[in-house]
Structures are given as C-alpha cells and as structure tokens.
Design a protein. Structure first.
Lengths: 432, 271
C-alpha cells in the first residue's frame, strides 16, 4: 500500500471545534484530514444542550433548514428548588421562535455527524474509528500525528487539536499539566423519552418551540447545577458538578442523578418517561484561568481542549465553533504566507482576543472561583427564597407586615443580611 | 488467483425489535452492519491473499447505502467490490438472490476467472443459510459449508483443503477449485484496518451494477422470482421455565450426576 500523502492540515476530533476548523480550511482549498476516535462524529459526544446558533449560521447560513435540530428554545427558566418548593423566574419570547432563532436543543450524535458532513462536502477527508495517540514533534515543531492503527503516522504542515475537555494529547506534549480537579467538572445526563403531546402539554409548547431550565438547589452545595432541555420527543435531564466537590463529598454521580429524578419538584417533568440513554462527559469549569498557550509551531488548540467554555452562560459548543473557525482561518492565512511557525499562526490568538470569546472569558474569569467559594449559592439561597416567598404567600391570619418581619428574622438566623449583601456584591464584582 | 466474497448489509440484530401487534420487524432507526458471518468469510479470503497472493473482490446486493460494507472490506484489504442495486431486485428471496449473485459472479469472472467464492454461513437477518449453497449449485461448482478454516491451497493443482465443523466433529475435505465456501464464525478473528488502506477505502468509489449490467432473466429476480412468502414474523413464545433447586450435601461427581438425571427424569424431560 502506498504511503500516506502529506496534508496541509490535520484536525484531531470531529466535535464542533474540529469540524468548524476543517470546514473553513477545506473551503479555502486546503488538503484537510480529520481524525475521530468514535464510530462516527458525535457517537461519543454529549452536552446539555442548547446550541446557540449565531456562530453556526455565519458558517452555514440558514443551517436549521438542513441540520438535525430538535426545538427552538423560546424560554429560559431559572428554577430554585428546596424541599417541596420551587421558585421560578422565566423569560419566554416568541421572537426566538423565528429565524434566525437564538438557539436549538440538539442531540450531538446527530448534530455532530451532520456538521462533520459539511466539512466532508467541502473536501475534507474524515477518518473515523481512529484514535490519535500522540503528536509527532520535530525540534519543538508539530509535524503530524501518530494514530492507533498500523502504519498510522500522518504528516501535515499544521495540526489543530480539538480533542475536547480531556486533552490528553496536549498534556502529553507538555503544553499544560494534568487538569486539577477544580478545573474540570463532570456532566451526567439522561435522555428521557415521552410522547410528543405529553411533552408539549407539560411545558406549554407548540410546534417547534422548546424550553430550557437551569435548576439550582439540587447539587448539595457543589459548584455546578442541574439542567433540563426539551427535545422533540425526549427531555435531557442532567447535572454538572466540579470533580473536586464530588470527590470531597464522596458522591457517586449515579446516586445524585437518581435523587434529582425523584425530587418532588423535578419528577413531574419526567413522569411516565423512559430513559433511553445515559451518558457522562467532562467539562471545563474554570474558563480563562485554565486556558493554556494555544499557538505553537505547527499546532493550534481549539474548543474545549483550549478550556474555552462559559459556566455562567452555559455556552461551550458555540464557542467551540468560533474557536475552530478562527483556528482554521489562521491556518489558511499561514498557508498563504508559507509560514506555519507560532508567529505565522499567531493571527489565531489575535482573532480570539478580538472576539467575544476571550472578552467574555476574561469578564467571567472569577466566576467559577466565586461559586466554589460560596456553596451557599447552590444550596442555601434557593432555600431562603422559597421559605421567604412561601411564608409571605401563606394566608394564615397573621398581618402581612408582622409576617415579613418574622420571615426576615428567620432568614437572618441562617445568613446575616450583611453576609447576603457581601455575596451579592462579590457576585456583581466578578461578572461586572 | 481471484477470490469473491459475498458480503451483505444487515440491520444490527442486537437492535431490531419485533412489533408485537403487527408482527413485523421494526427496522426504522436501526443501524446497519456487515453480516458478521460474511466478515469472517472476508477474513478467510484475506488470509488466503496474504499467504498465496490473490485478488479479493467483494459482491454486495442491497440499497445504495450498502456501499458502506464494501468500503469496510476494502479498508481491511479487499482489492475492489461491486454493489448490485436495482429496484428489480427488491423482495428477492433466497432463490432469486442466489440467482442474481451467481449471474453477477459469472460476469465478474469474464474479467478474471473466479477460483473461490466465500460466503458467511448465513445472514443474521434471515438465518436461512441457503444463499451460499444456492450460488454454488447455480455456478455448478463444489460447495463446502460450515468451514472453520482453510488448511492449505494448491494453486497449480487448483485444489484446497478445508476443515468443516459438523455436529459430531471436524471434517477435513479436499475440493477442486472453483469452489464455494460458507464460513463459520469460529474460523478466524477479524483484523483491524491499517491506516493507509482505511484512507484508500474512504476515497474508494464503489462501482454499482444495475439489472441491466448483468445478464438476467428479470422473471427470476425480485418478488416475481421469489416463491417464498413471509406470512408472519413472531418472536418465539417465551416458555415458562420452572426452576427446580436441588439441595443435597453429596460431593461425589458421579452421585451428583445421578441425582440430576433422576430429577430430570422425574420432571418428565427425558423421553
Ligand atoms: C453535561 C454537559 C452539558 C453541556 N451543555 C452545553 C450546552 O447546553 N450548550 C453548549 O453550548 N455547551 C454545552 N456543553 C459544553 C459543550 O459540550 C462543549 O463545549 C463542546 O462539546 C466542545 O466542543 P469540542 O469540539 O471542543 O469538543 P468535543 O465536543 O468534546 O469533541 C471532541 C471530539 O474529539 C474526539 N476525540 C477526542 N480525543 C481524540 C483523539 N485522541 N483522537 C481522535 N479523536 C478524538 C472525540 O471523540 C470528540 O468527537 C456541555 C457540556 C457538558 C459535559
């Protein structure tokens, strides 16, 4: 068999970041090869999730006409749970049910495959069921990858690593240390199937509309949260928690998942449904503080592998699309200039810095630390909100003025008003 | 030497369910795979290629997406393949299928004579084990079924020696080529593709033959050529199995065996 030819670009991983990078490079006429360890792109991937569409729409205008999307999300509910009670804050707008839409719930096994197919149609070669085991370095320059197959070394002018949050390749190449247990979280999700009309009645939806819920109060003070997304005929329910917190409290993810499902405030959403899929995945937690150097000689890092995600806004996949795209564009520019050194590829860093991606990441850089330092936020605050509001709403013959005073006194027993003010102030400071 | 492997795309049996009311197979959304037995036939062919040198060609009949299994075969080392795809073939039973495949193999032979045809023992979506022998008898060549390995092959004398797994042991048979083998799963372990061949297979454009490309009497193809009619499909009824716990303290194997036989007789399970 003839030796494998040399490529302009090797992309590791056919997630949103890798496929976006391959797509723009292939469109510009570069010879691109993508390696994906899964049986097909998306087969190993999961997320909440919502795909915010702005970025993908720039690459593939009116993507919703061909992409396998589930529901256009028109409502975001914040759901603060404690005991038998929950306080909801919800924002619903019909505007998000119209093109260009704000975001769709998607299932990654279908979406990632479709997105990778766009790169293939643009001319990229997609090789699945093939694990990249290491980067081939020559005098500090990345010149190719070693795969797990026989005769499996492949060479290229440039490699984009888009391997996701586990980032073993860049760790082994000495680009960053092993992620610390407070830098990464684990996400667990069940896909729960129910008849379409039941789902639509339950969440007050018509047609293609969907809702997303962010649920606080069920992670036992661990940094993270519970999420729920409506798909066409399934509900995605799961949680994310920092690995350090899970380990410190000795929780098993499955047990926590069972507890969440049986919570009296959650159970009605999934009643009668049957679990058709159970998945777990790593997620970057710290944002900006964990981001390693992303530009090297012959090598760029994009997506979760670059630790680029936003805990506060729940964004990740769309950031991956943007970083992948910018990385791909930098390689196209490097080819035109014939310079694949870190200097030649540096336009990637410049473009990132100029984009919302890095600006947001910098803005929210203290957020994960803030949450981690305030377990009350995940636990006590939902409880206080529920108790206060429930008390106020209870008609039991007590004058409302006296009642408010008494309730406030109850709150103060659990957390001083000064403490609350401090938390709020610090919270404001980290995101301002 | 030329080897032809018949490779069928089938629904992944582990994910097929039977609609209990309609009694039909629910195939929607079920992923397709290469018939596992056929993959062992392919591996046997590739081993012959490695040892004696041969051109390995794949023959698949199925819908347009069935090119996937041919590409997979090429990634493992097959040299080329052909997909037979035509509406006229839809609904073919084992009689019609073996006719169409045999005619296609004849046509492949015009280009380079075929010495060995390898099929899986059976396809997991029908379990008939009829197509392989059906092709062989139509080609009027030797047929050996249930092959668990090719011991040797003589290119000059045009013979090969195979081992066949029978109920009571292994039979060693010498056959003249051309010959058709149907292969069991125990024959071998399927290899893992090397990267250069995998890349070639992704780029490989599978030739597609329609009914017009092969010399065929259309009356013998598809539903028209298929006397078999499936009236109903149903899962075998679940038998209520009674479990009997035997408790005793004896430890002598002979005595344990006797006790078990007694119990089985007691239950009326021995005729
Ligand atoms: C529970 C959970 C919920 C989330 N919810 C949301 C949400 O609602 N919205 C949102 O925008 N984001 C969400 N995210 C984040 C989002 O999933 C990620 O940010 C996004 O998937 C990152 O894309 P990526 O392409 O960088 O990496 P990935 O999607 O992880 O893709 C990496 C790909 O590389 C492949 N791969 C890895 N290593 C190798 C190797 N060595 N060789 C070959 N292939 C390899 C993998 O199989 C995979 O296909 C969530 C994450 C989790 C865990």
């Amino acid at each position: 068999m003839a030796a494998i030819e040399k490529y302009d670009l090797i992309v590791v991983g056919a997630g949103p970041a890798g496929s976006a990078a391959a797509l723009v490079a292939a469109r510009a006429g570069l010879k691109v090869i993508i390696f994906e360890r899964g049986e097909f792109p998306g087969s190993k991937n999961m997320f909440g999730g919502v795909l915010f569409g702005h970025e993908i729409n720039e690459l593939i205008p009116n993507y919703w006409e061909t992409a396998p999307v589930e529901r256009a999300l028109i409502e975001e509910r914040y759901f603060l749970v404690s005991g038998n009670s929950a306080t909801t804050i919800a924002m619903r707008t019909k505007d998000f049910a119209e093109p260009p839409y704000n975001g769709f719930s998607v299932l990654r096994a279908r979406f990632d495959k479709w997105f990778a197919d766009q790169a293939v149609e643009a001319g990229a070669l997609l090789v699945c069921e093939t694990l990249v085991e290491s980067l081939i370095m020559d005098h500090g320059k990345c010149v190719g990858v070693k795969t797990g197959r026989a005769d499996g070394d492949v060479y290229a002018d440039c490699v984009i690593v888009a391997e996701g949050a586990n980032s073993l390749l860049t760790r082994d190449a000495g680009i960053h240390a092993e992620w610390k247990t407070n830098e990464v979280g684990v996400g667990v999700k069940e896909l729960i199937k129910m008849p379409k009309d039941v789902l639509e009645n339950r969440f007050n939806l018509t047609g293609q509309e969907g809702v997303s819920m962010r649920i606080l109060g069920l992670t036992k003070g661990m940094t993270g949260g519970v999420f729920l997304y409506t798909n066409k005929e399934t509900v995605s329910l799961g949680f994310v928690a920092m690995i350090e917190d899970l380990a410190a409290r000795g929780f098993k993810p499955n047990d926590l998942m069972e507890e969440i499902k049986s919570n009296p405030m959650i159970a009605p959403f999934i009643e009668g449904g049957s679990t058709v899929e159970y998945t777990a995945h790593m997620v970057p937690e710290q944002g900006y503080k964990s981001v390693p150097r992303l530009v090297h000689d012959g090598l760029l890092i994009a997506g979760d592998a670059a630790m680029i995600s936003n805990l506060l806004t729940g964004e990740g996949a769309n950031l991956a699309v943007t970083t992948g795209r910018l990385a791909g564009e930098a390689v196209v520019a490097a080819k035109a200039a014939g310079d694949y050194s870190a200097l030649g590829l540096y336009s990637y860093q410049n473009a990132l810095d100029a984009s919302y991606v890095m600006k947001d990441l910098k803005q929210f850089k203290g957020f994960a630390g803030y949450l981690h330092g305030n377990p009350d936020l995940m636990d006590l605050y939902p409880q206080l909100a529920n108790e206060f509001l429930k008390g106020l709403l209870t008609a039991d013959g007590t004058p409302r003025g006296a009642k408010a005073k008494a309730l406030l006194a109850e709150v103060k027993k659990k957390k001083s008003l000064f403490g609350i003010a401090k938390d709020l102030w610090r919270g404001w400071r980290v995101i301002k | 030497m030329r080897l032809v492997v018949c490779l069928k795309q089938v629904p992944d049996a582990s994910e097929v369910k039977i609609d209990p009311i309609k009694g039909t197979m629910v195939r929607a959304g079920v992923p397709s795979i290469a018939n596992p037995y056929d993959m062992h036939a392919l591996e046997e062919a590739l081993r012959l290629k490695d040892k004696y040198g041969a051109r390995v060609s794949i023959l698949t009949m199925g819908p347009p997406q069935a090119t996937d299994v041919i590409k997979r075969a090429v990634s493992l080392g097959a040299d080329d393949g052909v997909l037979l795809s035509d509406r006229a073939f839809a609904g073919s039973d084992t009689l019609a299928t073996s006719y169409i495949l045999a005619q296609a193999i004849r046509k492949m032979g015009e280009e380079e004579p075929v010495d060995v045809v390898l099929c899986g023992k059976m396809a997991i979506d029908g379990d008939t084990a009829q197509v392989g022998p059906g092709i062989g008898s139509r080609l009027d060549c030797a047929v050996t079924t249930y092959v668990v390995g090719v011991r040797s092959l003589d290119k000059d004398k045009k013979t090969l020696v195979v081992e066949r797994r029978l109920e009571r042991g292994v039979e060693v048979v010498e056959a003249d080529m051309p010959v058709l083998l149907t292969v069991n799963k125990e024959a071998n372990e399927i290899r893992y593709a090397a990267l250069p061949a995998l890349i070639e297979s992704i780029k490989y454009e599978v030739p597609v033959w329609t009914a017009g490309d092969v010399q065929l009497d259309l009356a013998q193809c598809g539903l028209k050529g298929s006397p078999t009619q499936v009236k109903k499909i149903f899962p075998p009824p679940q038998k209520d199995i009674e479990t009997v716990m035997v408790t005793d303290t004896i430890s002598d194997p002979a005595q344990i065996a006797k006790l078990l036989v007694d119990k089985i007789e007691e239950a009326g399970m021995l005729a």
